[in-house]
Each structure stands twice: as structure tokens, then as C-alpha cells.
Design a binder for this molecule. Structure first.
Ligand code: 7RM
Length: 654
């Protein structure tokens, strides 16, 4: 791991919030922030208990804070009963019934708004429809939908009745969908006849049919939203149109008051094996941190129009589309489509047209938009923006500065938020009215989040700028609870490294002399492609599932826009293509991976070799493959290679 841990980035500029921003912020001074840190330090459990009482409405109040009796399984507020959907919708009705909850813009340009009252009614009707189909507390429901309000309605309806949703990103293939349905043992899939993306229709229903045709025996019904009006096959008895499910259903549905620890959802994410992990989140703890981070990090208030561009298929789309903004009674914007339809000005046009005040996106999107030049953003009025955010990967200072100047007009603080599917919500991030930011740093851990950097023995690294393991030393409310169906994997992956003492994030990081965190990258075999997490093993498994592939090794290489690109080394069954080139096969393999996993997993480069470089013990020399993928000179010892001649093949020289 030393190659990851050597730190090269040096960035010294500092950007304190403007007096104007600080004056209007919820937390408007470093002193106010320090007071929060102190509270969390002095009485950690009490700090979170007080917030849980103040910030959420309980059906049965809790009396217990953190329960560590079954470590490393931690539980919060266990004897309370609560409902997430009630906290996101019903509790605002008296004061905000007519306030807009969701502004939706479809890729074709259609616009729809829903008030809190309308959202309430639609969630209740859908929840009643689910109940009519026999869905009850604890059942798993897979949601495979476009970015329309119905995706949020479906999630909220599940939460309302205590069903556990598992949203599968619409860009994942039928094969990935099937794996997730089967792992979760889902009873129902909620999908659509398609979604609009990039001027095309995403064939969600066709993929669902394909997945169900190959297994998924636990599925009883498929609910189908009409979004695109193009023809899809309907299986009699199994498939139900969304409109038919809700027809005649009452617009009231008593929430299911679940225990705090009742699983709110599963979300599959990549790890270092070929099989994605079903990350299981709780109800109360999860919601609490979504709310706190909306307030602390996004400084959300009633006048804001909040736009997080993430799809609901990712954790960001759970915490900052489907739950956090509603739980704080805010107005959220949802956009269905691609950033370049009809052109690369679309995001900026949406910001202008809907007067977006807080804009949250991924560095990869910022880099892609930056590449298109300043004319697109400059053509729109971006003066409504007051706060910008990033998530998913480290942001390079150049992209940060462009975001700051060209989008934020040097007025808007930028919150670079570090967190993971597993953490549930932001863990390390600036407080925009109090923290001076530095381009490329996610700054300091939030109050009540005990993040630190430790060495391989688990000792805190006190020397500034020394890289180490990013860990969280105390359980926090929104942490994952387990890996669905594989609790051993939960214990081994997240707690095994340091003897159950710390949560291990899987990232390396360093702290500078000011205590600011700089994330350096993953220390496991996880890639970050356009802000999406992908396991190298997943891509390898997909490749070797092709009849012509005997062996494959996948590594990441730096990419200007995507952050990381996927570089695959492939050993074929039978002879290697002459000169290492077979364009038809390369195309076939790329499409194959897209079909096995999804288009985001398509290898950017494929190189054919007679065999892979391995150590004497048979381990693939990944570090060597990474060096080659970067096009760098090989300096490591390669004398142990069985066949040194393959080096030329791997380098594309033979
Ligand atoms: C929210 C999300 C998690 C991994 C994480 C990091 C990387 C996320 C940042 C970041 C640098 C950031 N969940 N990561 N945010 N790296 N700076 N602000 O992305 O589960 O899909 O990925 O993403 O490596 O471990 S995720």
C-alpha cells in the first residue's frame, strides 16, 4: 500500500466563508463549531441522544443511546419507535402542506411539482397499493427506476410500511439486477417502462424481464410505471401498472411504527471480491445523520432550492435526494436525464430556471463540464446559487478552482464531502459558515464523528502529512449495521483490521498541520470510475465469464475526466491475437462487461497477454500492472516472473 500512501499533493490556498455567508448561516463562526465539537467530546452519547430527541418526531420516545453490548454490532436508540416517512412528510403538513417538496424536470423538458400535501397523498396511495399486494414490514422490495418523483415515492412508501427497499441503479444490467434481487430475496420489483437518458430510452422493464427470466424465484409482482409510453411486454398476473396499483387507494396510510434499528434499506456496493455487498442501514440513526448533515454541511433553510444530481441508485441519492431534504422540510430538485441534453448547458439552465441555491455533484461531472469551456455556464444566470458541494472522489485543485470561479463566481463556499455507502451520510466535511476550505481537502470530521488516520498498528499518526488508514474510532448513528446475509463479511471487512477497535473505511488519507484531511484513495481493490465504486474483481469475474477469456486482471489508471479508467489485462483461451490486436474481440468484450455489470464497468483498455505476471506464490502483481497501465517505467524487480517476455506484451510493445 505504500504507493498509495506517499503523498504528493501540496495545496496551501485557503478560502474562508464570506462575512455575508457566515452571517446568514446556521453555524456562522469557528467558535460555534468548536462548541459543537466540545459537546460531542464531553458527552458523546448524550450529544447524539439530544439531537435524536430534538430533530426527529418519535411515536415511542427512546431511553437508550448507544448499545455496544454486541460489538462490533452497534445499536442506537433501540427502545424507541419511529417512522422515516412520517418524519419526511407528515410532520411538515401543518406548516408546509402547500410548500413545494419536489420540483421535477424530465430530460424531454416536462416539469412537475409536488407540494408536501400532494407528496403525502401519493406516498400513502402507493403504500396502500403495496399493502394490497401483500407487502409488509420486513419484506424486501427492489426499486429499479428512472430519476422521477415516483422513485422517491416508492422509497418513501416502503419506509412508510416498514418494507426494506433495495434500489438498483438504472444503469446496471439485467445480470446485476438479478444478483441483487436474489441476494436480497425480494418479493417485488418496482420499475418503469423506461427512463429518458441521453436522448434514448433506458429499457428498465426489458432488463427486469430478462433478470426474472433467469431466476429471481422470490419475486411475486412487478410494478411498472408508465414514463415513456413505448411498448413493453406485460406478464399477466405478475405485472401491475403503477396507475392500477394506486387506483382507488386511500390517500391516508397510518405509518408502521418500527423500532429504531429496523432496516430502512439495503444498498449494494462494491468491495474487494466479485460479489457486491448489501449494505444494511437502520431507521432512526440513519435518518438522524441525514438531517444533521443537511443542516450542518448544506446549511439548509426554507428558502433553499436544493439540487443533488446523484441518482437514487447510489447512497448520495438516498441521503440527499430521497430522505435528507424531505426530513428537513426543504424543496428538492430532481432531474431525470444526462448533463449534455440538448447540450452541456443543461445543468446551468436548470440552476437558472429553478433558481437552485445549493448544487451538489461529483468531481467527474465538474471536470466533464469544465472541459466544455466557460461559454455554457456563462450563458446562464447562476446568481441564485449560494453553496456548492462535491462528493464521490477527490477533487483536483484545478476543477475546484473552476467550480469556485466559473460556477460559484467566487461567492459560494464549496463543501467537499467525504463519506461512503457505509457511513450513511457525510463524515468529513466543511461547515460552510465556519470552515476555511482548501481545494482538494474535505477538511475536518463532523462533530460526533471520530475520524482519524492511523498507521498499520492502529496508532494515530501525529506527524503532519503522513499517510495512513482512514478509520472512525467510535460508532455513530448512521453507520451500516451489517452486510445482508453475510455478517462475517461485515465483521472482517470493517472491523477485522484493527481487532474490532475501529471502523476501517478502506481509504488512505493524511492530515495536514491544521488537522485537515486529504483523502488519498482506496487501499483495497476498489476502483472509483466517474465517482462510481466498482470492484476490480467484479470486472474480472465478468470478463472470465466470457467463453474466450481464460484469465483477467483489472486495474485502475488515472483519467482526466473519470478520475480512474478501467484497464484490463486478458489471457485468452487459445492463442493471443497477432500483435496483441483484435479490435472486434475487444469491442465484444467491452460490450460483454456492459451486459454483465452495466455500461459504467466497460474497460477503457484491454491488453492481451500469454499469461499474467505473478509472484512465486501465484499472486497477480497488481502493482506492476498499475505501473504499466499508467505508462510509467517499470522499476520493480521482475526477475521472479516465469516469463519475462510477457512484459512486452503487457506494455503493448509486442
Ligand atoms: C458517497 C460515496 C465511497 C468512496 C470512499 C472514497 C470515495 C467519496 C470522497 C471520496 C475523496 C471525497 N459513496 N470518496 N467522497 N474521496 N473525497 N469527498 O461516494 O460508497 O460510493 O464511495 O468514494 O474512496 O471510500 S461510495
Amino acid at each position: 500500500m505504500s504507493e498509495n500512501i506517499d503523498s504528493i499533493l501540496q495545496e496551501n490556498r485557503q478560502f474562508p466563508p464570506s462575512a455575508e455567508f457566515a452571517e446568514n448561516a446556521r453555524i456562522g463562526s469557528p467558535e460555534q463549531l468548536e462548541a459543537l465539537y466540545r459537546q460531542a467530546e464531553e458527552d458523546y452519547e448524550g450529544f447524539w441522544m439530544q439531537l435524536a430527541r430534538d430533530e426527529m418526531d418519535w411515536h415511542t420516545p427512546f431511553t437508550t443511546g448507544l448499545d455496544s453490548s454486541n460489538a462490533p454490532h452497534y445499536a442506537w436508540f433501540t427502545d424507541g419507535r419511529i417512522n422515516v416517512s412520517y418524519n419526511c412528510i407528515d410532520r411538515h403538513l401543518a406548516t408546509k402542506g402547500n410548500q413545494t417538496a419536489i420540483i421535477f424536470e424530465g430530460e424531454p423538458g416536462d416539469i412537475e411539482t409536488l407540494t408536501y400535501r400532494q407528496l403525502h397523498d401519493r406516498v400513502c396511495q402507493f403504500a396502500n397499493g403495496l399493502k394490497k399486494q401483500g407487502i409488509k414490514k420486513g419484506d424486501r422490495v427492489v426499486i429499479y427506476m428512472p430519476m422521477t418523483p415516483e422513485a422517491v415515492i416508492a422509497m418513501q412508501a416502503c419506509a412508510r410500511i416498514g418494507a426494506i427497499h433495495s434500489v438498483v441503479f438504472g444503469g446496471f444490467s439485467a445480470a446485476s439486477l438479478k444478483d441483487r434481487i436474489e441476494d436480497a430475496g425480494a418479493r417485488m420489483v418496482i420499475t418503469a417502462d423506461g427512463g429518458n437518458r441521453g436522448g434514448k430510452i433506458v429499457e428498465l422493464k426489458a432488463a427486469t424481464d430478462e433478470a426474472l427470466g433467469k431466476g429471481c424465484a422470490s419475486i411475486e409482482h412487478v410494478v411498472v410505471l408508465k414514463r415513456t409510453d413505448h411498448n413493453v411486454g406485460i406478464v399477466e398476473g405478475r405485472d401491475i401498472w403503477w396507475d392500477d396499483l394506486v387506483a382507488g387507494q386511500a390517500s391516508e396510510c397510518e405509518p408502521e411504527w418500527v423500532e429504531s434499528e429496523h432496516p430502512l434499506f439495503l444498498l449494494y456496493t462494491s468491495g474487494s471480491t466479485g460479489k457486491p455487498k448489501g449494505i444494511q442501514h437502520s431507521t432512526a440513526g440513519y435518518l438522524l445523520n441525514s438531517i444533521m448533515t443537511m443542516k450542518w454541511v448544506f446549511d439548509i433553510n426554507d428558502k433553499d432550492i436544493f439540487w443533488c444530481t446523484a441518482d437514487v441508485g447510489w447512497i448520495t441519492g438516498h441521503s440527499y435526494v430521497a430522505y435528507g431534504p424531505l426530513a428537513t422540510g426543504s424543496t428538492l430538485l430532481m432531474y431525470e436525464g444526462a448533463p449534455n441534453v440538448p447540450d452541456f448547458g443543461r445543468f446551468w439552465k436548470i440552476c437558472q430556471d429553478h433558481k437552485v441555491t445549493i448544487f451538489y455533484t461529483a468531481p467527474t461531472a465538474i471536470r466533464a463540464l469544465m472541459k466544455q469551456g466557460d461559454d455554457f455556464p456563462n450563458a446562464y444566470d447562476l446568481s441564485s446559487l449560494r453553496l456548492l458541494g462535491t462528493v464521490g472522489e477527490p477533487i483536483n485543485p484545478e476543477a475546484w478552482m473552476w467550480y469556485h470561479k466559473t460556477i460559484g463566481k467566487e461567492r459560494c463556499p464549496i463543501v467537499d464531502t467525504w463519506w461512503q455507502t457505509e457511513t450513511g451520510s457525510h463524515a468529513i466535511a466543511p461547515i460552510p459558515g465556519a470552515t476555511a476550505t482548501k481545494p482538494g481537502s474535505c477538511t475536518r470530521p463532523l462533530p460526533g464523528i471520530a475520524a482519524d488516520v492511523v498507521d498499520k498498528d492502529g496508532n494515530p499518526i501525529t506527524e503532519p502529512n503522513q499517510g495512513g488508514f482512514l478509520v472512525i474510532k467510535k460508532p455513530w448513528p448512521s453507520m451500516l449495521r451489517t452486510v445482508w446475509g453475510d455478517d462475517k463479511r461485515y465483521q472482517d471487512t470493517y472491523w477485522g483490521e484493527f481487532d474490532n477497535r475501529y471502523y476501517v473505511a478502506g481509504d488512505s488519507a493524511r492530515k495536514d498541520a491544521d488537522g485537515y484531511f486529504w483523502i488519498m484513495g482506496r487501499i483495497d481493490d476498489v476502483l472509483n470510475v466517474s465517482g462510481h465504486r466498482l470492484g476490480t474483481m467484479e470486472v474480472e469475474s465478468a470478463l472470465v465469464a466470457h467463453e474466450r477469456v481464460a484469465e483477467a486482471a483489472v486495474v485502475g489508471r488515472p483519467d482526466e475526466v473519470k478520475g480512474e479508467a478501467i484497464f484490463a489485462y486478458v489471457v485468452l483461451r487459445g492463442p493471443r491475437p497477432a500483435g496483441g490486436v483484435d479490435e472486434a474481440l475487444t469491442k465484444e468484450l467491452r460490450n460483454w462487461v456492459a451486459k454483465e455489470i452495466g455500461p459504467i464497468a466497460k474497460p477503457d483498455d484491454i491488453r492481451y497477454a500469454d499469461n499474467l505476471p505473478k509472484t512465486r506464490s501465484g499472486k497477480i502483481m497488481r502493482r506492476l500492472l498499475r505501473t504499466i497501465a499508467k505508462g510509467e517505467k517499470i522499476t520493480s524487480d521482475t526477475s521472479t516472473l516465469e516469463n519475462e517476455a510477457i512484459l512486452d506484451q503487457l506494455q503493448g510493445k509486442a
